[in-house]
Design a protein around this ligand. Sequence first.
Ligand SMILES: Cc1cc2nc3c(=O)[nH]c(=O)nc-3n(C[C@H](O)[C@H](O)[C@H](O)COP(=O)(O)OP(=O)(O)OC[C@H]3O[C@@H](n4cnc5c(N)ncnc54)[C@H](O)[C@@H]3O)c2cc1C
Length: 396
Amino acid sequence: MKPLIIVGAGLAGYTVAREFRKLDKTRPILIVTADDGAFYSKPMLSNALAQGKSAQQLASQSAAQMATQLDATVLTATDVLAIDGENQTIATAQGVHGYYKLVLAVGAAPIRLPLEGDAADQVLSVNSLDHYRAFRTRLAEQSASAKCRVAILGAGLIGCEFADDLAGVGHAVSLIDPNPLPLAAIAPTVLSQGMADALRTKGIALRLGTFVRQVSHAAGALQLQLADGGTLTVDLVLSAVGLRPNLALAQAANLTTKRGILVDRFGQSSTPDIHALGDCAEYTFDDGVTQTLPYVAPLMTAARAIARSLSGSPTAIAQNPAPIIVKTPCYPLALVPPPLHALGAGAWRASREGDATVCRFHDQHGVMLGFGVAPQQAALRQQLLDELAKQETLPA
Ligand SMILES: Cc1cc2nc3c(=O)[nH]c(=O)nc-3n(C[C@H](O)[C@H](O)[C@H](O)COP(=O)(O)OP(=O)(O)OC[C@H]3O[C@@H](n4cnc5c(N)ncnc54)[C@H](O)[C@@H]3O)c2cc1C
């Protein structure tokens, strides 16, 4: 019996394997991954310091343990080099494998900024356990004698979380972003302002409205040249400017791609029997709009639907709005950003509800399409989700 082949052993790959195994106990599953296949929860990378966890402790199960748990074969340190959609095979350096269905869960890669300077290659990014190990090693080396001076490029979700985490254990953090406020791409201004104030109160230096042009070695440290003429001397630079879906494998196999690997309502790519989910995928919604959703909740929903489809019951991916929780203890925030296409034709409105600031996004017809709340707590978040669900069932 030909196996279900899953490429990638991140949350997307392992979740689809787990969901499929619940429905089909006999079909072989082959998971092929470029990394060591250890299972870890990626969101924990940006708050592990505060939780006192090392990279090693974050890896909760090895590839061998995952293979046993899923009754699957996990090929680690193995790059999938090519897909032959017609003959239903994948090629690796170790050999060719046939599949009955293929799932691409190949994730995304950190965007590298075009920085000048003789230390531009010293800039770290964290998007895997290996990256995190390297980051913690550098942090330990640099802070052996004193607290570390860290510059973080990008004040989005991940930049803010790392800033809070590092400052929380005593490091001196500068957070640099070309926008006038943090979280500019996903949060309403009032909550971005709240985040900026909370980060400053925590001792984080915000360098907003500017960006880094150059990173150079300077007397055992790194010197940053900013576009506004300023300079900054630090020990470590962490880039958190975003991710780009890994498309090379899909594109070489002629799968349709936009920003991500384009999939339909069922998670199926443009080539029969090849599905995609997670950070590499671009999902299609009822209204034909497509969007990448690089968060855990959407990949869980997609994994459940794809697993059902793979086991013979075609199932569309549900479109439940799921909040993004920004894990910044200094300003706990929950957000359901409105769909990108609605942003230009609607507005945010803020109100105080108890101790919380609540922002609702309404489109031009007055329909609520998103919200943000800080400080977030479960009951209020659920109340807003219920409100959102009710709005979505209103006649157009
Ligand atoms: C620091 C950080 C904090 C985050 N916090 C949150 C949060 O609080 N909430 C939230 O919802 N989301 C959060 N996210 C996003 C979330 O973690 C990701 O959306 C999710 O983990 C993506 O999983 P994935 O399996 O799609 O990709 P990945 O985890 O990137 O896995 C990709 C896999 O594909 C493999 N691979 C790639 N190419 C090949 C190839 N050619 N051959 C073989 N294998 C290949 C890789 O080795 C890897 O195993 C965070 C992300 C980061 C980086």
